[in-house]
Design a protein around this ligand. Structure first.
Ligand SMILES: [Zn+2]
Ligand SMILES: [Zn+2]
Length: 154
């Protein structure tokens, strides 16, 4: 029997959310977990009510799309909006978080980051993670292997 591992389940959830991204610069998804339960999720997208980059093009400034809220921030803000504590939680993300998201993740009390892909891993972000004792580990996502589990079920 090929039972799905928790790591694969949460990482798959982050990758599903990435498919909801509305900014074509990068499809990122993030899932926040506490006690093996998903407490929030996010993807790269605009502020609620704003146009989507996929419809209107990105709003570029200094090489960055300024319209987009990053997936990790969207997941954290969902917790703040709903009044859910992120202290001691774990986050699964499709890509290594940018510097700003790393700072927010540390400050939110999240203790573990699992990321599937390296992405401009910022040296200061890594320094902050090491200083704060937040664990970060690469957990590659094998979509083909996970997909095979569905095929085996049917
Ligand atoms: Zn954009
Ligand atoms: Zn970010």
């Amino acid at each position: 029997m090929n039972r799905l591992k928790w790591d694969d389940y949460f990482m798959a959830q982050a990758h599903l959310l990435a498919l909801r991204s509305t900014c074509q610069r990068l499809s990122v998804g993030a899932t926040i977990i506490k006690d093996n339960r998903i407490i929030a999720g996010g993807y790269n997208g605009s502020v609620a009510g704003e146009v989507h980059c996929i419809d209107d093009g990105c709003l570029m400034e200094n090489g960055h799309c300024i319209r987009t809220i990053h997936a990790e921030m969207n997941a954290l803000l969902q917790c703040s909006k709903q009044g859910v504590s992120t202290d001691g939680a774990t986050i699964y993300v499709t890509h290594f978080p940018c510097l700003n998201c790393t700072k927010s993740i540390i400050q939110s009390g999240i203790k573990t980051i699992y990321y599937a892909m390296d992405y401009h891993n910022h040296s200061y972000a890594i320094q902050l993670l090491n200083q704060s004792g937040v664990k970060y580990e690469k957990v590659p996502f094998d979509a083909e292997r996970i997909g095979q589990l569905f095929l085996n079920e049917s």
